[in-house]
Design a protein around this ligand. Structure first.
Ligand SMILES: Cc1cc2nc3c(=O)[nH]c(=O)nc-3n(C[C@H](O)[C@H](O)[C@H](O)COP(=O)(O)OP(=O)(O)OC[C@H]3O[C@@H](n4cnc5c(N)ncnc54)[C@H](O)[C@@H]3O)c2cc1C
Length: 400
């Protein structure tokens, strides 16, 4: 097929009107759109690229439910239900895989025992070294002290999920997804609707959700600055699974325990940080979260490091990837991996809060997950935002 012979090249109607308009076909935008459609509203999604290639396809596909803390945990549990529901409806791959946290030292193991004791029975199962090895598909892997199984965690295939969801949504009554359509400005439309100017015509909607991931500053620089949003870049690699092993759960390690709030609230968290500082300072230097998941085709997705800046260089530092791969290889007790791909992922990051939800006007809500848990909370955040959406506005509001 001629690549220019695409439906998305056609101009959109001069002014297309809809109940809800979503900007961005990553998981956050699509979660808002899918739930709005399910609620009986007409929905239009616009996406600047010809297919979504943002954070939502570059990640591990791990709905990291159990390691969330407080309100985020509740939101993640809501998301979990919707993930399973939409996987069944839209036909994307999702699995109640759980997650396995591997402990290599007594301090790591102690923290996991504390975590297990802090949660309802059955949610966090403490495992011995042999059980951990078995879940990794290895026999008596060296260097494992024990571990924990987080039963509620899910996995999806990040490479295919948002594409499948967008295609499914586009086929639903009252829903349309337009690719190759860039939102450029926002303001008031006719009959008290919001109006969006795009590269392919104008749209009007009763309510607009702007879900542009880390590019908040491209559209709303003042809000991005106020919320202190910067870009977090992560280095990732894909590899053949050693001996074609199947590993069902997402696999987390000590550096994961330093990141997720549910772990950092445990009594042994301080001691664990000190231990990693002493034994593996190179991992703290690259702000590592050494973890991996397996795609349905058997490929392992391995990562990740974190570096923070307003604009990110596109270059991957080989020594950073080397440290991540070496640590993951130790967990699986293998010499090395056969790497098939390397890439950089970027997500929005802010120390102010894990996500931003801002009413730009009564009819326009800006949403960005400003931490590395967008897959985990996506549908939960979307459900809350749709519920908080004011009724179609009664009075005109400020032009932007
Ligand atoms: C390497 C990596 C690993 C991660 N691992 C996990 C994980 O395992 N679990 C987890 O919960 N989270 C994880 N995350 C975080 C998660 O991927 C993100 O939080 C989430 O994908 C953000 O979704 P999004 O829809 O906001 O952004 P994106 O997926 O980036 O989508 C935003 C979309 O908006 C579009 N857009 C931007 N500007 C415009 C415009 N003006 N007009 C139209 N469209 C526009 C973009 O083209 C893009 O498609 C990871 C992130 C990375 C990078």
């Amino acid at each position: 097929m001629n690549i220019f012979d695409m439906k998305s090249e056609a101009p959109v109607a001069p002014v297309a009107s809809t109940d809800v308009l979503v900007v961005g076909a990553g998981i956050i935008g699509l979660a808002h759109a899918a739930l709005a459609q399910q609620a009986g509203l007409s929905v239009t999604v616009i996406e600047r690229d010809h297919r979504a290639v943002g954070a939502s396809i570059r990640n591990f596909g791990h709905a990291c439910i159990t390691a969330q803390h407080g309100d985020l945990y509740d939101m993640a549990q809501v998301a979990r239900r919707h993930w399973l529901d939409f996987a069944a409806k839209a036909g994307f791959w999702a699995i109640e895989s759980g997650a396995l946290v591997v402990a290599a030292t007594e301090t790591e193991f102690q923290l996991l025992r504390e975590f297990s004791a802090s949660r309802p029975e059955g949610q966090v199962l403490v495992l011995g070294a042999e059980e951990v090895s078995a879940k990794l598909g290895r026999e008596n892997a060296a260097g494992i002290r024990g571990g924990a199984f987080l039963a509620d965690d899910l996995r999806v295939d990040p490479r295919t999920t948002v594409g499948t969801l967008a295609t499914w949504l586009n086929g639903q009554e009252g829903a349309a997804v337009h690719f190759n359509t860039t939102a450029q400005s926002f303001g008031d439309g006719t009959e008290r609707k919001a109006r969006i100017e795009t590269s392919r015509g104008a749209f009007e909607a009763d309510h607009v959700f702007i879900c542009v991931g880390h590019d908040v500053d491209h559209l709303f620089p003042a809000i991005a600055a106020e919320h202190r949003i910067i870009r977090c870049a992560l280095q990732m690699a894909a590899a053949h699974a050693p001996d074609s092993t199947t590993i069902i759960p997402a696999v987390l390690t000590a550096t994961s325990m330093l990141r997720y709030d549910a772990f950092t609230h445990m009594p042994s968290a301080k001691e664990l940080r000190a231990e990693v500082e002493t034994n593996r300072p190179e991992l703290l230097k690259i702000d590592a979260n050494v973890m991996f998941t397996q795609r349905p085709n058997g490929t392992l997705l391995l990562g990740d490091s974190h570096s923070y800046d307003l604009t990110q260089d596109p270059f991957l530092d080989e020594s950073t990837t080397g440290k991540l791969l070496q640590t993951a290889a130790q967990v699986l007790d293998v010499e090395s991996f056969t790497i098939t791909e390397r890439w950089q992922g970027i997500y929005a990051s802010s120390k102010v809060a894990p996500f931003l939800v801002r009413e730009v006007t009564e009819a326009i809500t800006l949403v960005s997950v400003t931490s590395g848990i967008g897959m985990t909370i996506s549908f939960g955040l979307a459900e809350a935002n749709l519920a908080a959406r004011p009724a179609p506005r009664q009075t005109a509001t400020t032009n932007l």
